[in-house]
Design a protein around this ligand. Structure first.
Ligand code: ADP
Length: 203
């Protein structure tokens, strides 16, 4: 069983991921694959350079993220072309990593850590979903605090995602991270036990 884990920015997804790892969960990280598929020597990087030009490379041959970011920012068509290059490769990498783990641990859940699970196509590939939830005011406060942002900057980042209250309606499990870390840990342990029990009998 593949379990999609998501949140809103600064809702506590990384915190919960660490808790799940502590409980023995295997976590496949979409951000790790997003970096991997554009490393030097990959097809992904080659296609980016073919599509957007050599300016997308730094002198050492790695991806110039700043240049690419500036290019796709406010340019929906370019962003779509970039996504068409990277997203299928990210999903394929996650699928292969999952298969390798499940060969050794066939009756364990696998957690897919995906920041934009409900915004993108990955939702179709997971069997169940967990949302790490805080209300928008707390999200704003924790984001400003963690990243040292002004209220305006933090609001802009939150606005770029699906509102967390909408995600809440779509999720199968919700971890309410408005309380203490200990309260969150208890909810995470409970959900993990439920998921373990439901996969224990699977082959
Ligand atoms: P995400 O991965 O969703 O962006 P993080 O796990 O980094 O979010 O959490 C955002 C910030 O809020 C971090 O600074 C983290 O330490 C803090 N935080 C997370 N959960 C709690 C909590 N239950 N109580 C207080 N602070 C928290």
């Amino acid at each position: 069983m593949i379990v999609g884990l998501t949140g809103g920015i600064a809702s506590g997804k990384s915190t919960v991921t660490n808790m799940l790892r502590g409980l023995g969960a295997y976590v496949v990280d979409a951000d790790v694959w997003a970096r991997r598929v554009v490393e030097p020597g990959t097809e992904g990087l080659r296609e980016i350079v073919e599509t957007f030009g050599k300016d997308m490379l730094l002198p050492d041959g790695t991806l110039n993220r700043r240049a690419l970011g500036a290019l796709v920012f406010h340019n929906e068509a370019a962003l779509q072309r970039l996504s068409a290059i990277t997203h299928p490769r990210v999903r394929e990498g996650m699928r292969r990593e999952t298969e390798a783990y499940l060969r050794e641990h066939p009756n364990m859940p696998v957690v897919w850590d995906v920041p934009l699970l409900f915004e993108g196509e990955t939702r179709r590939l997971v069997d169940t979903t967990i949302l790490v939830y805080v209300d928008e005011n707390l999200q704003l406060a924790r984001l400003m605090q963690r990243d040292g942002l002004t209220e305006e900057e933090a609001r802009a980042r939150i606005r770029a995602q699906m509102p967390i209250d909408e995600k809440r309606k779509l999720a199968d499990y919700v971890v309410d991270n408005r309380g203490t870390l200990e309260e969150t840990r208890e909810q995470v342990a409970h959900i993990w036990r439920t998921l373990r029990n439901s996969t224990a009998g699977e082959v």
